[in-house]
Design a protein around this ligand. Structure first.
Ligand SMILES: C[S@@+](CC[C@H](N)C(=O)[O-])C[C@H]1O[C@@H](n2cnc3c(N)ncnc32)[C@H](O)[C@@H]1O
Length: 275
């Protein structure tokens, strides 16, 4: 990132532990191995981390794996504590047939996920413009040292979702159609643009760096572009990298895109990634 630290990392890591229908199929030990190293790295490279994950329900037995709780501990190992935790209500129909484990256990159907922000230090906004405290005097009465944070959100944003511990917006679904190779809907575990968009609005300023360490189909890249932040993204699977580039190109057709491959810089138009 040009030697700079990101102001914010927004990411949703692999959820997969076991299970044959998921896009990942490792064991819990493998998940810990990946996530212990990843969270350590993320915490070294970002001031605030917004992290989205669900607990793991399809374990094959009556127990679940509380991957969110495990993650909180991994952040604590790097000295990062939760600034807030929200529940994302995915607005899925209850008793979805894609979650058959609910028929054989008391587990819920997975219609919500966690979104949480972690930091080592109390975040401060850089910009110090005057704020009309009268509009939120009760907030400043209880948190006068950090009231400046909330001014990143407009009055309407605060009222619609900024104050709420539950975020209501629908999840995104996939087509699973191999013909649409570069369609982001081919990824089973995307989040909607609204999720990174809200996190970016809350914790970063225009022109600053947003890190996305598990980029998938580039949803955080799109949200960063919409909010005029610079996004640095990492993804392991070449197909999802291609989807991210194609998606970014479709979103910002006039942007100059270059790919670095095998040490060579290549204009997007000369690659075989087409949309
Ligand atoms: C939950 S998905 C993220 C989806 C993304 N938020 C989106 O909207 O498309 C997690 C992603 O992490 C990637 N991944 C898994 N292990 C990784 C690793 N060690 N390094 C980088 N990416 C990895 C997976 O390929 C997957 O695309």
């Amino acid at each position: 990132m040009g030697g700079q630290k990101a102001q914010l990392c927004v990411t949703s890591p692999p959820y997969g532990i076991g299970g044959t229908k998921t896009y990942e199929s490792g064991t819990l030990d493998e998940w810990f191995e990946t996530m212990r190293a990843a969270i350590k790295n993320i915490c070294r490279n970002a001031d605030v981390v917004c992290y989205n994950i669900a607990d793991k329900f399809n374990t094959g037995g009556q127990f679940i794996e509380p991957t969110f709780a495990y993650s909180v501990q991994l952040f604590a190992d790097s000295g990062f504590r939760p600034l807030w935790v929200r529940i994302w209500n995915k607005q899925r129909k209850a008793l979805s047939s894609s979650a058959p484990f609910h028929l054989a256990s008391l587990k819920p159907v997975g219609d919500s996920e966690y979104v949480a922000a972690f930091s080592e230090k109390e975040p401060q906004v850089i910009d110090d413009n005057e704020v009309d405290i009268s509009e939120h005097s009760y907030v400043s009465a209880f948190a006068n040292h950090s009231y400046k944070l909330i001014k990143r959100l407009s009055k309407q944003e605060r009222r619609e979702w900024g104050y709420s511990s539950i975020w209501n917006f629908p999840s995104v679904t996939g087509t699973g159609n191999p013909k649409d190779r570069l369609d982001e809907r081919n990824h089973r575990a995307r989040f909607p643009v609204t999720l990174p968009w809200r996190c970016i609005k809350m914790h970063s300023d225009k022109g600053n760096i947003v890190l996305e360490s598990f980029c998938g189909t580039g949803t955080t890249i799109v949200a960063s572009e919409q909010t005029e932040r610079k996004c640095f993204a990492i993804e392991r699977e070449p197909l999802y990298c291609d989807i991210s580039v194609a998606r970014y190109h479709a979103f910002a057709p006039d942007a100059e895109i270059f790919l670095l491959r095998g040490g060579e810089t290549m204009p997007f138009s000369e690659t075989n990634i087409c949309v």
